[in-house]
Design a protein around this ligand. Structure first.
Ligand code: NOJ
Length: 758
């Protein structure tokens, strides 16, 4: 693994080498042995077999028995290297048996699947997991996913998805780690450690796939698959950061993205796949395309036909083709015509075989059933519940209406998502099942007893526009002490190809909530959705708002515990929450502009006199109708207690190369309940060769404090943490002044400053 890339060899990198070697349990001797075995196999393989290793075949996520004799014959001839979505254990075993026993060189197949936020035990959607700001939860969740998925012979997951997402219209924001490169990088490491375990060759470890490489989340207008136009600095400093963290953590594979970047589709992008991934980062696993993304380069207008697509993709460094068959059809011709070389093909096959060796597939190709009983085990469900609790973000809590008291009395449970087991699992959950899912209605009944819970959905599904269920719901609300409304989006409204131009509560939900509010009873809105939703009037009409994302199998018990104070809402927003779609893109780490918005200059549209004279003097960058602030900032989330921040201190006022600076503050729990605060460290580089964001997250800590307890938080910053790409595309740390904040979200905090010196 090559570690020297533009700039220095940092302590962090030295640590990452050890982590990488540990994660793969690969010593230098092991690596040498693997390379020798690869070379020996390669020297005997025919051209057809080599091309076969680059082919991934499969079925759609739903088909369970799709293995034809034709497919088996192709495996027998060594024409397929990998499958996706083979979900019948007998099929997996039979295909592997044919590959091992009957194909020319007995090369094992690698079976892949989208195991994104759980296999049978479903955790919150990745955006919800990011809201935990807790890498241990993420690591535990992906470890559990690996243990469960591997019982089906799946040794490769198409996760983690590491696309920075700044546009909640984009349906795949649900699968993302949010808008911030630092938080996303922390999560990237945790996912990879969890999936791959301490030893990738263990039968319960599965290879991770960092996807979608790259910048897929920057699709114009939040419309899926759309074009991306972006500076290389932005690409490197923001969008590639979590992918680099994944490489440092030992991610075994990468998947290219569907989009093009500055005119070049990712699946044919040599800059991404060779210059950055291989040469700068030293990646030596393999890269798979996304589903048909190689041949989609024709529609992009980048390739004339399938043969051209195969040439472009293979030349750019894409090792395995998912579903489309351009490599199978044309790589041999391209080699014969001198447009591609056997040496290049050997490199692709070497990368694929290396991962198969690291997974131990050559020595133990078949699935082991010793851990079958772990599926949906008590321990897995407990972890899923804790993950959901920590993902819940309390957005509003007027007059401390939450937590509710258990002795309180009559609860009206209303809304289309109160008892919708399939919907609460969220996007990309092919294997999670409604029958295993615990909904809020079932959990509330179990917790409070049937007699206290009146469930009247009012609406059958989230998009329903009919109001015929309203009357009964309103009657129930009038008889209750408190109304719990479970609304949001069905699972299918986010995820791939499910972008929305309007991200409000769909259907008649808003109307129903307004009617319920008129009853005068406290209304607690629990949102289950794959993205932040614009809430409009609801913000003022709900007494409390709890964002539950799509919380997974144990969503019901997790929400119940939080509503009744058995647990505290643990999450903070991993994305900025807009007031309206018109503000999008809106993200905390934006640039300042020459006329930054401020309260003094902002005049609301209705306050501008008719016929007013236009002048540019004193104007700033804002919207006349919406101002410049979001509904809720990045990092935001309330708790059931209150915290006081005091005495920010820096260990020195200047930071020299090779040195570090310590930043501390005192945090006190000033409320009556224990609570966990997520203390966040932000910086701002005041002047740069390229202008710098108004704030950048550089650290966070979870702090559990008892009532009245005070603790000191401390963060260490190294010059390397302040680096960025300058105009000459060098990664630099520039001398100059920095602001620093310790606070509870991206819009608050105790402020101080230091200087970076030469
Ligand atoms: C398309 C999606 O973009 C990708 O994330 C997924 O892994 C593949 N299909 C395989 O299902």
């Amino acid at each position: 693994m090559k570690l020297f890339h533009r700039g220095c060899f940092t302590c962090c990198e030295i640590l990452m080498v050890s982590i990488f070697l540990f994660a793969c349990n690969t010593t230098q001797t092991d690596s040498d042995t693997i390379e020798k075995r690869i070379n020996s196999i390669l020297s005997e393989m025919s051209l057809e077999e080599k091309i076969g290793q680059t082919a991934q075949r499969g079925t759609s996520s739903r088909v369970k028995n799709g293995i034809t004799d034709e497919i088996k014959e192709a495996v027998r001839q060594g024409k397929i290297g990998s499958f996706l979505n083979v979900m019948n254990k007998e099929d997996v075993d039979e295909l592997q048996r044919i590959a091992i026993e009957e194909s020319p060189h007995g090369i094992p197949l690698i079976f892949g699947r989208d195991v994104i936020h759980g296999f049978k035990t479903i955790f919150p959607i990745p955006l919800g997991l990011a809201a935990t700001w807790n890498p241990l939860i993420v690591e535990q969740g992906s470890r559990i996913s690996a243990v469960e998925a591997s019982t089906y012979g799946i040794r490769w997951t198409f996760a983690p998805m590491l696309d920075i997402a700044r546009d909640p219209r984009w349906g795949r924001i649900a699968e993302s780690p949010g808008e911030d490169p630092y938080l996303a990088s922390v999560m990237a490491r945790a996912y990879i450690k969890g999936f791959q375990g301490d030893d990738l060759s263990s039968s319960t470890s599965i290879a991770a796939c960092a996807k979608h490489f790259a910048a897929y989340g920057a699709a114009e207008g939040g419309r899926d698959y759309n074009t991306v136009i972006m500076s290389e600095q932005e690409l490197r400093d923001v969008y590639l950061a979590p992918f680099q963290a994944a490489e440092e953590a030992g991610a075994a594979t990468y998947m290219t993205s569907f989009n093009e970047i500055n005119g070049v589709p990712s699946s044919g992008n040599g800059f991404l796949l060779k210059t950055v991934l291989r040469n700068e980062w030293g990646f030596d696993g393999f890269v798979v395309s996304d589903w048909n993304s190689v041949t989609e380069m024709i529609a992009h207008g980048y390739c004339t036909d399938e043969k051209d697509a195969a040439r472009r993709a293979a030349s750019a460094g894409l090792d395995m083709e998912m579903m489309s068959t351009s490599y199978e059809k044309y790589l041999k011709d391209l080699i014969d015509e001198g447009k591609f070389s056997v040496a290049q093909l050997d490199e692709m096959v070497r990368n694929i075989l290396r991962v198969k060796f690291r997974l131990g597939l050559f020595d133990k190709p078949y699935m082991e059933h010793s851990h079958d009983e772990d599926m949906l085990s008590e321990q897995h469900l407990k972890a899923a519940k804790e993950g959901a609790i920590q993902s819940l973000v309390l957005l509003k809590n007027k007059d401390n209406v939450l937590p509710l008291s258990k002795s309180s009395n009559k609860i009206a449970v209303i809304g289309p998502l109160a008892d919708a087991p399939h919907e609460q699992l969220g996007t990309w959950t092919f294997d999670g099942e409604a029958k295993d899912t615990q909904t809020p209605v079932s959990a509330l009944r179990q917790y409070l007893g049937n007699e206290k819970v009146t469930f009247v959905p009012g609406m059958e599904f989230s998009r329903q526009t009919a109001r015929n269920g309203f009357t009964e719901a309103i009657v129930a609300a009038k008889k209750a002490d408190v109304v719990l409304f479970f609304g949001g989006e069905e699972a299918i409204l986010s995820g791939e190809a499910h972008s929305r131009a309007n991200i409000n509560l769909p259907g008649a939900q808003e109307d129903l909530i307004m009617e319920l509010a008129k009853t005068g009873k406290p209304v607690v809105l629990v949102i289950m959705a794959g993205r932040p939703l614009t809430l409009g009037n609801i913000i003022n009409n709900a007494d409390a708002i709890l964002m539950a994302w799509h919380p997974g199998t144990m969503g019901g018990p997790a929400i119940t515990d939080v509503l009744f104070g058995e647990a505290s809402p643990g999450g903070r927003l991993p994305v900025t929450w807009p007031k309206s779609v018109g503000q999008i893109p809106i993200y905390y780490n934006h640039k300042n502009t020459g006329r930054p918005a401020n309260e003094e200059s902002f005049v609301q549209m209705d306050d501008i006199p008719v016929g007013a004279w236009q002048s540019s003097l004193g104007n700033t960058s804002h919207y006349l109708d919406l101002g410049f602030t979001p509904q809720f900032p990045f990092g935001y989330g309330l708790t059931y207690t209150s915290f006081d921040y005091k005495n920010i201190r820096l260990s020195k006022d200047s930071l020299a190369p090779g040195d570090s600076i310590e930043i501390t503050a005192e945090i006190t729990n000033t409320g009556n309940r224990a609570g966990t605060e997520i203390v966040q460290l932000y910086i701002r580089d005041l002047v740069g060769d390229i202008t710098r964001p108004v704030r950048e997250l550089k650290g966070f800590q979870r702090l559990l404090l008892q009532p009245g307890e005070k603790k000191m938080v401390n963060f260490i910053l190294y010059p390397e943490n302040l680096a960025f790409h300058n105009q000459a595309m060098e990664r630099v740390t520039e001398p100059g002044k920095f602001k620093v904040w310790i606070g509870r979200n991206a819009m608050e905090g105790l402020e101080s400053e230091f200087e970076l010196v030469k």
